[in-house]
Design a protein around this ligand. Structure first.
Ligand code: IMP
Length: 427
């Protein structure tokens, strides 16, 4: 009966992979609902350390059926490679299913992502160049090719011919690069289709049936709320909705069936790619957080921008997602700091505001107003009980709860499954 959505509450990279891996122990189904292989979910478990880009993080549990929902854009080459790597490391992927409604990333999407970024010159968005934006643009333009099309070669050829003629005009006339060959792309995608066919199916029924059987369904978010194309720092956002609402659209699950929405917050903020981040630090504290937290992109390896926890952004994220609880990750990264800051408001053109502006030009003018708290300056990674955390760490967490009006369910103090403090049950 219960469905829990696990949502990135900031700019992505909050540690959703670990949280999903923990909760999936009891799940009947884990379903990814947005993004594509721009995401990189790190999981550390008895099989080893994994960086999953498309396969849901529940894949390590034999009882969990894993679904890549209709809201995900799929690069079949990346997915096949991920399946092969999991199999080589002893992980069974026969329970992996792919919605027949999911759009595919095609070679021209990847080419265009790079060409569009280069043409933006100094205004580049800093995308992952995985073809995500162009693939979602084609979905909206109804030019997309879907996984279901891979199962019907005639239809695939028909769809591909239509789209490729048009894409080749853009590639050759606008960007002056070589066109793509219809035969090559078609043959390649026919091979992908043959390989992925056993996994492709109508998946909304599977979710419905799992819930009717009383199983736990986990919705696995990708990226974070502040990268949402409507509510994030547009245009410095991704192209599909990482919000809880996106979880319904990206799976076919009705909003009335989602019982809990867990927001995953890092104990500080990071961002990768361009766009405003009011609490960004450019000093030795930022370097210290980056090194202690290994804050480098899982997908691109880019150094992440680091800064203090932004409670204004966090409150906004809590409101638009309707978080019923939170997981706070990477508390241990702050273990050595003598003082901590939390942004509690913004100074904008001489006034104080307590909301997250919708316009990036306005957000760029916002200066953070900080509240300071003492650091605990003692290791926390070995702690398993909330009461055993240093009082100053509990004070920090309590302040985050107060500022976001969101109760904390889980606290993560390291990569491993057991490095987790269960403060309050989610259900
Ligand atoms: P795209 O999703 O590749 O188009 O990139 C758009 C923006 O979203 C860029 O700033 C990326 O760095 C950011 N982004 C996309 N996926 C992730 C993610 O999984 N974690 C953090 N940032 C991401």
């Amino acid at each position: 009966m219960p469905a829990i959505a696990v949502i990135g509450a900031q700019w992505g990279d909050e540690g959703k992979g670990k949280v999903i891996d923990l909760l999936a122990e009891k799940a009947g189904v884990v379903v990814r609902f947005s993004g594509g292989d721009n995401a990189g979910h790190t999981v550390v478990n008895p099989y080893g350390e994994f960086r999953l880009h498309l396969v849901p993080c529940g894949i390590f549990y034999p009882q969990a059926v894993c679904i890549i929902g209709n809201g995900v854009v799929i690069n079949p080459a990346v997915l096949i490679d991920e399946i092969d790597q999991l199999n080589q490391r002893g992980v069974d992927t026969t329970r992996l299913f792919i919605s027949d409604r999911a759009n595919l990333i095609m070679p021209y999407h990847i080419l265009l992502d790079g060409l569009e970024e280069e043409s933006r010159a100094g205004k580049a968005l800093g995308t992952t160049r995985k073809g995500i934006g162009p693939a979602f643009a084609d979905k909206a333009a109804r030019l997309g090719i879907r996984t279901g099309d891979l199962l019907d070669k005639e239809r695939l050829l028909e769809r591909l011919r239509l789209t490729l003629d048009y894409k080749n005009i853009i590639l050759t006339k606008v960007y002056e690069v070589s066109p793509l060959s219809l035969d090559e792309v078609y043959n390649q995608y026919c091979q992908y289709g043959e390989r992925l066919a056993p996994h492709i199916r109508e998946t909304t029924i599977m979710l419905e049936e799992a819930l009717n059987r009383g199983e736990l369904v986990l919705l696995e978010g990708a990226q974070g709320a502040l990268l949402d194309p409507d509510f994030g720092t547009y245009p410095y956002t991704t192209s599909s909705s990482p919000l809880a609402g996106g979880g319904c659209l990206g799976t076919g699950l009705s909003p009335t069936r989602i019982n809990r929405i867990l927001g995953v917050f890092k104990a500080y903020c990071t961002r990768v790619g361009a766009g405003p981040m009011p609490t960004e630090l450019k000093d030795e504290t930022s370097d210290l957080i980056r090194e202690r937290g290994h804050e480098y992109g899982t997908t691109t390896g880019r150094p992440r921008r680091c800064g203090w926890f932004d409670a204004v952004a966090a409150r906004f994220s809590t409101r638009i997602n309707g978080f019923t609880g939170a997981a706070i990750t990477r508390i241990d990264v702050l273990d050595t700091l003598p003082r901590l800051k939390i942004c509690v408001g913004y100074k904008l053109d001489g006034h104080t505001i307590d909301y997250f502006p919708g316009n990036v030009a306005t957000l760029e003018r916002c200066q953070p107003i900080y509240e300071e708290l003492p650091g605990w300056q003692t290791p926390t990674s070995h702690i398993r009980q909330y009461e055993q955390l240093p009082p100053k760490a509990r004070q920090y967490i309590a302040r985050l709860e107060e500022l976001t009006s969101c109760p904390v369910n889980l606290i993560s103090i390291g990569k491993a499954r057991e490095q987790t403090i269960h403060k309050m049950p989610i259900l």
